[in-house]
Each structure stands twice: as structure tokens, then as C-alpha cells.
Ligand binder design. Sequence first.
Ligand code: SAH
Length: 389
Amino acid sequence: MNELVLQPGRDRSVRRRHPWVLSGAVASVDGGAEAGDFVRVRSAEGEALGCGDYSPRSNIRVRMLWRGKDEPPEALVSQRIAAAIARRAANPELRGIEALRLVNAEADELPGLSADRYGDTIVVRFSTAGMRRRLDEVTNAFRGVAGVVRGYERADTSAGRREAVAVRQGLLWGEPLPATVDFAEGRRRYSVDIAQGQQTGFYLGQRDARDLVERLAEGRRVLDLFAYSGGFAVAAAVGGASAVTLVESSADALELARHNLAASAPGVETRLEHGNAFEFARRDSSQYDLVTIDPPPLARSRGEVNKAARAYKDVLISALKRACPGALILAFSSSSHVDAGLFRKIAFGAALDAERTVQVLRTLGPAVDHPVSIYHPEGASLTGLLLQA
Ligand code: SAH
């Protein structure tokens, strides 16, 4: 195994179980180490701290998989996958859930790997060269899951660029992938485009928020900004919304939303707007009683946080201006650089500028199948607020 030695004094983070070794903490690496190699990490004093996957081109130089001086077990990754699946199977909150995340990277001690289940299909995404090398082991670990007829690898192109690995996309095992895979979530029915959709096809982490929208929607005029395939719009329609307006920039996503709405709640008055949700929110003059705002990550790096905060504040001001007295606004941020505290400050600024009385009814985060490791706060990206104007 190749060896990597840390700078003096830079072993603290690894000892505190943070899963990343950043480039600035590295003093030296064995000459032959390549992208995806499993390397042993040592302190400057030579103590073996653990092992992880090496990424020479990423600022996150090593993702730790194993701590301490002992050799990791041969079947480390299969065991961790089995444990991740077992934890979810044992969680009463997830009983009967057909579509859920089975592996959530660092949170399940499997950096570089995420896996989602949609009914009879498991979709796997690799974001590091090291994890991708374990393709066979990973495939075998998922293969035996009861009720699953196929596994599919979804390419993570941005990670592929960062890691300079060729990321493949296609069937891993089982029956050919149909154009869409369907699942039911309570009374909501969704079709997912696994090969072409965003992420692995759906925003599974918003399940709790979908439940909430369904419970809140009765009799309300709903606006779903950044609607994707209608996760929230379907929940609102099923929950008895009087009308639902969706705004989304992807035509394919909007088409799938149309299909999902027809399958779950035919007959609810719907309006589908293909376009820019920031602009729509500014110019639309209709009134709403429930608005969901769930944009893509607006800050992809720390340097973009101020710009993202301004953009978010603007859309929130527009929503507050459209909101009838008593209206509910469910607002999400999905950038790990915007934490819950900053997000609340953004909402505060928007409320002040919109000159509205605003209450916080709930704070929200991802569903329990999307855990965050206590040692890895960077793994938390979704934060939300339920506001009443
Ligand atoms: N609420 C959705 C997820 C939204 S993800 C769900 O629960 O399923 C963010 C969505 O915003 C993506 O579908 C993306 O295509 C869309 N999007 C990105 N920029 C946009 C813009 N400027 N205007 C409208 N939609 C946009």
C-alpha cells in the first residue's frame, strides 16, 4: 500500500474522525500513488492513522475509509453497504417506503458512493476513482436485495471531471431499464427517468417535505417554484390543493411532472410554466396560499455564498409579496455552504424588505435515509424553513 504523510500538526482532523484529508495537510506521498489507490495515512511522526482513497487532482486528497493502524477487512465495503441497508430496514420511519437512499456516502462511511432504490431498481453513483474501482464488490453487495430486479450505474459527470476518471453509465445487472421506473409514496405516484433525470432521477431527500406539503395543501392555491418532476406539486394536488402552478426550466422535467400529476391527481387545476423561476416570481401577479421554493444549489463554493444569498433573498421577497395573509412558504437551500443559521438570516432579510410579518413554523432537513455524519458537517446540504406570512 502506498503511504501518505501529513504535515506536522495536521493530524488533528483525521484523529477527530473527519473523513477528508485536504491537499494542504499533505507533506508527501509515495511516488507511485495514482488516482483511486488505497493509501495509508501517517502523521508527521510516522503513526499510522488509517487508510483511504487517494485523489491526486482533488483538493480533497484522501477520503478516509478506515481508522487506526490495523489492516482493514477484505470485505470492508460490502460490510458497510450491508450495514447501511440494515440500518434503514430497521428504522420504523422507513417501513414500507419503496423509494429511498440506501447509501449516503460519508454518512454511511462510504465516501464516493451513493445508492438509491426506486421500487425494483437500485441506482448507484460513484464520485471517486477509488470507489469506482470496487465496482464488482459494490455490485455484488446490492445484487441480493430482495425485490430488486436490476442495478444501474448513473454517471456523476462533475465528479468524473474532478477525479479525471471515465465514468460509465449503464445497466449493472438484471433486466433492461425501462424508459421510466414507477413508485408510490403513500397516495403519491411518481415516474422517474433514471438514465436522463437529475441526480439519480428524483429528489428522494425531500420525502418529509412532500408529506408536509400534502398535509398543508387542502384548499390552497399552490405555487411550486423549481418544480423538477413535480415532487411537491403532486403532493399538493393529492392533498387537495385548489390549483397548482409549477415553474421549471427543464422541459423534460416539466413533461414528467405533467405525467406524475395526471397519475396521482387527475382533475386538479394545474398550470405548467416552462421558464426561469426567479423571473416568474418577479413578474407574476397571481396570489398564492402555499409556495414552495427549492432551487438547485446556488452556492457551489464558499466564494459564491454572497451572490447566492442575494438571489435567494430576491426570490423570497417576490414570494412574500405574492403571499396572501396566512400563506405558507416552504423554502429550501441545498448548498452545503449555506447552513441553517445563514439561511434563516436570508429569510430574515427578505421578510424585513418585503415588510411582512413572518413566523417560522418549522425548520426542516432531509429525510432519515439521508443522514449526515456528526464528524462531517459538510455532508449537510439541505436546510429548509416553513414560514407563515
Ligand atoms: N422540488 C424538486 C426539486 C427541485 S431541484 C423536487 O422535490 O423534486 C431544482 C430544479 O430547479 C431543477 O429541476 C432544475 O432544472 C430547476 N431550475 C434550475 N434553475 C432554474 C431556474 N432559473 N428557473 C426554474 N427552474 C430552474
